[in-house]
Design a protein around this ligand. Sequence first.
Ligand code: ATP
Ligand code: MG
Length: 252
Amino acid sequence: MEEKLTSGVSQLDNMLEGGLYRGSNILVRGGPGAGKTTFGLQYLIAGCREGEKTLYLTFEESKEQILRYGSRFFPDIRQFAKDQRMIMLDFSPHSRTRSNTRLIEGEKVEIPDPQVVDSIAYIEDKILDIRGQSIQRVVIDGLQTFATTFYDISEKKDMDELRRTVSKIMVLLKDSNATTYILSEESENDCNKYDFVNYVVDGVVSLKSNPSLDVRTLKIEKMRGVKHTLKPITMELKEGSGISIAASNKGI
Ligand SMILES: Nc1ncnc2c1ncn2[C@@H]1O[C@H](COP(=O)(O)OP(=O)(O)OP(=O)(O)O)[C@@H](O)[C@H]1O
Ligand SMILES: [Mg+2]
């Protein structure tokens, strides 16, 4: 039997025949405010609470904002960040100052050339470092900014290059046996250049806001090697505990 690890949401683990396969990569898609960041944090926090080391790469919100909002759902998040059980790398626009300094792991670091850090090689180094540090869970928040951070700088605008870059990172993560969530925006008229990611990952979970019913739903779009429902499931966001699957879902 292959080893499984918790998704952070116990009812979702039941829907996934016990959880996620170690080493798998999962795309978490959703519109604005659908709960992607919370879902990603909850997954890491679950590992931290078991004593695992985890890595969170933020490309949109600053580390400080993630901790501030995150602590409303997960009161222990600051402690995990402090004791480095949750290593947070801040690549958000907020971390870039006008001078040649960047915030890296909470430290102001002088960078002779900002492109050194804005390079795919830097991320690769960090990921290769995962093995040494035995990091088991990784969240990349989010895919579009992550890709463009490197893509614009490399000035290689062709789709093949984008695909190669994203695939390379996935392979590196898989090889280091980390289980990864990639959080991604979802546009309504879905014909976007990131669609290919749906096909290269092991699993896809989509989160949706349903304004007319005033609920959020979670749907397992795919999970390789797992028998699962395709029905959207209603989820709840609660202060102090984060995401749970609503009891109103029948048969889950
Ligand atoms: N303390 C709270 N209790 C309940 N719900 C909250 C609380 N704080 C935020 N929310 C809800 O959670 C939503 C944000 O969730 P989250 O940041 O995880 O979504 P996201 O999909 O990552 O959003 P974005 O597209 O901006 O990255 C907010 O829009 C709000 O509706
Ligand atoms: Mg978010």
